[in-house]
Design a protein around this ligand. Structure first.
Ligand SMILES: Nc1ncnc2c1ncn2[C@@H]1O[C@H](COP(=O)(O)OP(=O)(O)OP(=O)(O)O)[C@@H](O)[C@H]1O
Ligand SMILES: [Mg+2]
Length: 390
């Protein structure tokens, strides 16, 4: 048995692959995987663009991502001899939101929206905005058709796959009761009190009391202005959503070989399936391989125990200050056992995942001795991703 091996290079070399999305729970290596995949694709001849969210600073620097200008920049130091190239950008959520407003509203109205305090708080704090903006930017990049492969990193969402919910959530927000409540008075002008029922008038007066008249007015103008471009907004979100379901898209679920991360990964796999999003495989990142040693964990521990008894029978707790004679050897044996067990434990977890999802190909990436913060480090990850032993 065992999981099918993931054939990363086949996916990268297939020109029909146009979008790769790396998703997974927080801290598992989504950004690292996305950057490594983009680099490998570029060095295999693709015109690749990596859309990252919050890369670690050193990694960002090594990819030339020093300014947040929301446009992809060419990455230096990439081997372009195969005819490929690598661009990268860091998502600036607020800037992306502003750009949508500018694209969908006429200049006066756009200026009005951008200056509105409600817009400003919505654009930087609405739950799901970051996820939604990642989708929006992807839509823009794909629409421009400048790259033949776009690799998308996703934000660390606590609740899995928030970025898929984001368009609907934003839609619900804009369609919702609160919005209706706020837009009606603005549309009806000064005489609105007369046309509204008593319940509504009370509601409005309560809101005015709580929020203050100016705040309510701001909210009303914002929502009314926003309403006019809502159609374009929703259309765009639906286009991107369908793009994600298309056969040219490959989703990778990234997970660490730990119970929580793999539980989340299972959920991601099921959710992608429910949304009919094409899953290409699981990237099991930071795995530890048990040393290829003859001494098993059990025998190693038994040997350590034996050394302890020698020390005890020696009474070598150091009347002469020398300490236990075999103490160091016993500690080394215990570390060896721990390494053997860690690899085994991870293997069991991976098998557990595979028994629940037998058709999902898996690529394992070995835990590197240090953080991945430059192109060489990314190449090592890329190679590891592509060389799955069978
Ligand atoms: N295979 C690996 N070996 C060693 N270190 C790794 C490996 N993969 C990732 N890392 C390191 O782990 C840290 C987290 O990785 P990364 O930023 O890619 O995770 P993430 O899933 O994007 O996190 P977040 O959810 O916060 O965005 C980084 O410091 C990265 O260098
Ligand atoms: Mg990240």
């Amino acid at each position: 048995m065992g999981a099918p091996k993931l054939d990363m290079d086949r996916i990268l070399d297939d020109r029909r692959t146009r979008i790769i999305v790396c998703c997974g729970s927080g801290g598992v290596g989504k950004t690292t995987a996305a950057a490594a995949i983009g680099l490998r694709a570029a060095e295999r001849g693709r015109q690749a663009c990596v859309l990252t969210v919050d890369p670690a600073r050193r990694l960002a620097q090594s990819m030339g991502l020093t300014s947040l200008d929301n446009t992809p920049r060419q990455v230096d130091g990439v081997d372009t001899s195969g005819g490929g190239s690598l661009h990268a950008m860091m998502l600036d959520m607020k800037r992306t939101f502003d750009e949508i407003v500018e694209a969908h509203a006429d200049p006066d109205r756009a200026a009005q929206i951008l200056a509105n305090p409600f817009y400003q708080s919505l654009s930087s704090s609405f739950a799901g905005t970051q996820e939604y903006m990642a989708m929006e930017k992807l839509g823009q990049l794909r629409h421009s058709d400048e790259w033949d492969l776009i690799v998308v990193d996703t934000p660390p969402s606590r609740s899995a796959l928030d970025f898929l919910d984001a368009p609907q959530r934003l839609g619900r927000f804009l369609d919702g009761k609160l919005i209706r409540l706020l837009t009606v008075p603005a549309k009806a002008g000064m005489s609105y009190m007369k046309v509204l029922n008593a319940g509504f008038a009370i509601m409005t007066s309560v809101l005015t009391k709580i929020l203050g008249a100016q705040v309510l007015k701001d909210a009303q103008t914002f929502v009314t202005a926003f309403d006019t471009m809502f159609g374009g907004f929703r259309e765009r979100a639906e286009w991107t959503y369908r793009l994600l379901q298309a056969p040219g898209t490959a989703f990778f679920v990234v997970a660490a070989p730990e119970p929580d991360a793999l539980r989340e990964a299972s959920y991601f796999v099921e959710r992608l399936d429910a949304e009919r999003m094409p899953l290409a495989g699981l990237i099991l990142n930071r795995v530890h391989v048990s040393p290829a040693a003859r001494l098993s964990a059990a025998r190693s521990l038994a040997a350590a125990e034996t050394l302890d008894t020698y020390d005890r029978s020696d009474g070598a707790d150091g009347a002469d200050g020398s300490g236990p004679r075999y103490g160091v050897a016993a500690a080394v044996l215990r570390m060896h056992a721990e390494r053997m067990n860690l690899g085994k434990r991870e293997r069991r977890l991976a098998e557990h995942f595979t028994s629940a999802h037998p058709a999902v190909p898996v690529a394992e990436v070995i835990a590197q001795p240090e953080d991945v913060h430059d192109l060489d480090g990314l190449r090592v990850i890329g190679t590891s991703l592509s060389q799955q032993r069978s």
